[in-house]
Ligand binder design. Structure first.
Ligand SMILES: *[C@@H]1O[C@H](CO)[C@@H](O)[C@H](O)[C@H]1NC(C)=O
Ligand SMILES: *[C@@H]1O[C@H](CO)[C@@H](O)[C@H](O)[C@H]1NC(C)=O
Ligand SMILES: *[C@@H]1O[C@H](CO)[C@@H](O)[C@H](O)[C@H]1NC(C)=O
Ligand SMILES: *[C@@H]1O[C@H](CO)[C@@H](O)[C@H](O)[C@H]1NC(C)=O
Ligand SMILES: *[C@@H]1O[C@H](CO)[C@@H](O)[C@H](O)[C@H]1NC(C)=O
Ligand SMILES: *[C@@H]1O[C@H](CO)[C@@H](O)[C@H](O)[C@H]1NC(C)=O
Ligand SMILES: *[C@@H]1O[C@H](CO)[C@@H](O)[C@H](O)[C@H]1NC(C)=O
Ligand SMILES: *[C@@H]1O[C@H](CO)[C@@H](O)[C@H](O)[C@H]1NC(C)=O
Ligand SMILES: *[C@@H]1O[C@H](CO)[C@@H](O)[C@H](O)[C@H]1NC(C)=O
Ligand SMILES: *[C@@H]1O[C@H](CO)[C@@H](O)[C@H](O)[C@H]1NC(C)=O
Ligand SMILES: *[C@@H]1O[C@H](CO)[C@@H](O)[C@H](O)[C@H]1NC(C)=O
Length: 579
């Protein structure tokens, strides 16, 4: 490991159940259950599926319906056009089809892979065709059409990193008059009744090709500003997240050498991707600042958990996971649709960053059908421990910091045998701390070149021996509340007074919250078994990828749009490296 001596260049700029109407089927994920004829099946919400073994699985819409096979109908459509000779897709069948039942789908593709003559590849790359073009340049300064400035455009100052060692000048989350300890459940909104029975329009269209309805579609001017305390606190949290990403992406590039990256299998082109991702964060930080106004927090000082490139990558795939999931958790609850629109367009980029860091870590890029959403207090819990201090007068947050849930046998992504992971094989105590990469070479997958066992950077990697699997025992320890965390150690971890003893492990992944019983082995340790629940019958397992686990005193039924109601019952919160 070669470190450059302490970071010289860096970031300045740091300014900167209701009973529905008779024909309405209420389904939490919007999926329409195909009615037969005009009959619409009414599904009671809040159904709890009978537990398999010890696993208590809840389903949010009670829907279990085998659709008619889409694959077979596609195949029969495709058969019609297939009588035109031998196609490339048939030629490849000697390697075995990837989709066993998908037959009769031969298509007239060119088969060119066998005919490439490599000695004919280009070898000189000088001037080529001059295409039609004009001279044009982006307007700048006060010119018409010039863009607004970036809040943090240049990396020109010096940075410091590491833990905070001072005394906080203020303590605790932003708060005001509090009306209760929990938010009670209410009946279904009486206006939530729309159901289309015949596929025709039910109301006049305001204009051609313009079905009635939608929010922000009546011609009123958009206002791209937060519209409530909820919006303000959510976007401020998002800005704290963008700032650390901007710094950490740059930090890896600044503190590891080209050789360090090469040893981790990453080229200069890959480093360029990381550099560009940091620049994306400049844009995101500016956007969120603009939607907040002059109290938008500036960049802070951070304390990172990595000492190798592999650990840097692992940290980033975790950091961007809770950054992305944190936004999915609140984006549709925002009062301002305009803010939600722009935020969605930035979080789509963050989602790509998360996948790129997984690929650089040799993890399967996206092992889930659905990315999950988590409450703001969850992402703040994960983020705060990595912020060591913020400048005086930095706007503070209203979200909760939960006690940390430590996964003792967190699978080490750097091992070819995840089963061999020892206790606490992570670089530290914080939830997103990466797996230790400095393990014996014979145990490491990093430089292996064996399909199913290698974990060097790749578009995709199979793991013959999975990181985790249904039924695996997962051991935990957890912190008591009352610890100082976050910028200037000025926030305190807490548990809502309504929460009782921890009884369950809540697994938040994909569209689902699945509970398993917690077996306590001491007041602050215990274990459970990874659940086998599927998001849809016959679909993949819910628990996969980088996901979230909480200790709770209840197995209350929650779905993606009311997940934050779990917060008063959360006793500790962790991040689980499934896969
Ligand atoms: C959360 O929403 C689901 C409907 O999707 C409902 O069945 C459940 O009761 C709600 N939970 C609470 C605690 O309100
Ligand atoms: C997962 O969530 C989806 C969408 O709400 C639901 O249809 C499905 O039944 C859930 N699966 C389980 C096992 O709870
Ligand atoms: C490949 O291209 C080289 C250079 O044009 C030629 O000499 C050679 O015969 C070609 N090989 C085949 C198999 O076509
Ligand atoms: C237009 O729609 C918005 C919500 O998107 C609503 O607040 C506003 O009252 C509507 N304006 C008119 C004139 O109906
Ligand atoms: C602190 O923040 C408040 C509110 O944003 C602002 O009015 C005040 O000028 C700031 N003070 C300093 C010293 O920056
Ligand atoms: C946090 O600590 C830093 C470094 O000691 C200090 O400059 C800053 O003013 C502190 N921030 C607050 C809000 O106290
Ligand atoms: C998990 O906990 C169980 C029961 O306390 C123990 O037998 C087992 O060795 C632990 N496994 C790991 C990997 O720590
Ligand atoms: C990992 O542990 C599980 C559970 O004991 C076992 O079934 C599996 O075979 C182990 N994997 C390997 C590759 O030994
Ligand atoms: C990996 O193994 C394959 C098959 O043995 C070989 O073609 C390839 O060159 C090897 N790659 C490296 C980087 O060693
Ligand atoms: C990759 O994993 C899948 C699912 O486990 C398996 O069916 C497939 O054969 C594996 N492919 C390779 C190349 O190992
Ligand atoms: C997790 O995803 C990987 C990659 O798609 C897959 O091979 C594995 O079987 C999945 N694990 C579970 C428990 O579904």
């Amino acid at each position: 490991m070669k470190f450059k001596s302490f970071i010289t260049s860096a970031l300045l700029a740091a300014v900167c159940n209701a009973v529905p109407a008779p024909v309405v089927t209420q389904i939490s994920d919007g999926q329409i259950q195909a009615p037969t004829g005009n009959v619409v099946t009414q599904i009671p919400d809040g159904q709890i599926q009978a537990p398999t073994g010890e696993v208590v699985t809840q389903i949010s819409d009670g829907q279990i319906q085998a659709p008619t096979s889409v694959a077979s109908s596609k195949a029969s459509v495709a058969t019609g056009g297939a009588a035109q000779g031998i196609y490339a897709s048939q030629a490849s069948s000697e390697y075995g089809s990837q989709v066993g039942f998908y037959t009769g789908a031969d298509a007239p593709y060119k088969s060119n892979d066998a005919s490439i003559n490599l000695s004919e590849l280009a070898t000189s790359f000088g001037l080529n065709s001059a295409v039609n073009a004009i001279h044009t340049a982006a307007p700048t300064g006060t010119e018409s059409g010039a863009a607004a400035p970036l809040r943090s455009s240049l990396v020109t100052g010096s940075t410091t990193h590491g833990p905070f060692s001072g005394v906080p000048t203020t303590i605790g989350a932003v708060t005001t008059v509090t009306l209760g300890l929990t938010v009670p459940t209410l009946p279904l909104n009486p206006t939530a009744t729309y159901y289309n029975t015949d596929g025709k329009l039910t109301k006049p269209e305001p204009a051609p090709y313009t079905p009635a309805g939608g929010l922000g579609t009546n011609g009123s001017l958009p206002r791209y500003m937060v519209e409530s305390d909820f919006d303000y606190e959510s976007i401020t949290l998002g800005l704290y997240q963008e700032w650390i990403e901007l710094d950490t992406f740059n930090n890896g590039l600044a503190t590891f050498t080209e050789e360090d990256f090469a040893a981790a299998g990453l080229s200069n082109e890959d480093r360029e991707l990381i550099r560009f991702m940091a620049q994306q964060e400049e844009g995101h930080a500016t956007l969120l600042t603009n939607m907040l106004g002059h109290t938008a927090p500036p960049q802070c000082t951070y304390n990172y958990p990595y000492t190798t490139v592999r650990e840097f990558l692992d940290f980033n795939q975790k950091l961007t996971r809770f950054g992305e999931s944190g936004v999915w958790g609140f984006i549709n609850h925002l009062d301002s649709r305009e803010v939600g629109q722009l935020l969605a367009q930035s979080i789509a980029t963050e989602a790509r960053q998360q996948m790129a860091f997984r690929q650089m870590s040799g993890l399967f890029p996206m092992p889930v059908y659905f990315e999950t959403g988590i409450p703001q207090s969850w992402s703040w819990t994960f983020l705060a421990p990595y912020i060591s201090s913020c400048p005086a007068n930095t706007t503070r947050l209203a979200w909760q910091n939960f006690p940390a849930l430590h996964i003792v046998n967190q699978p080490n992504i750097n091992r070819w045998s995840a089963n061999d992971t020892g206790a606490n094989e992570v670089t530290g105590e914080r939830a997103a701390d990466p797996s230790i990469s400095t393990i014996p070479v014979e145990e490491s997958c990093e430089n292996l070149n064996v399909t199913g066992y290698s974990c060097g950077p790749a578009i995709s990697r199979n793991r013959s021996e999975p990181l985790s699997f249904a039924g695996k025992q997962v051991n935990f320890t957890w912190d008591a509340p009352g610890l100082a965390v976050g910028p200037n150690n000025s926030y305190t971890t807490s548990v809502n007074p309504v929460a009782g003893e921890p009884m369950f492990v809540a697994w938040a992944a994909q569209l689902n919250l699945t509970y398993t019983p917690l077996i306590k082995t001491s007041p602050n340790s215990g274990y459970t078994y990874q659940p086998a629940a599927q998001n849809y019958q016959g679909g993949e397992g819910i628990v996969n990828g980088t996901m979230f686990v909480a200790l709770t005193d209840t197995d209350m039924f929650l779905t993606p749009f009311n997940l934050s109601m779990i917060n008063p019952h959360v006793i500790a919160l962790g991040l689980y490296q499934a896969g």
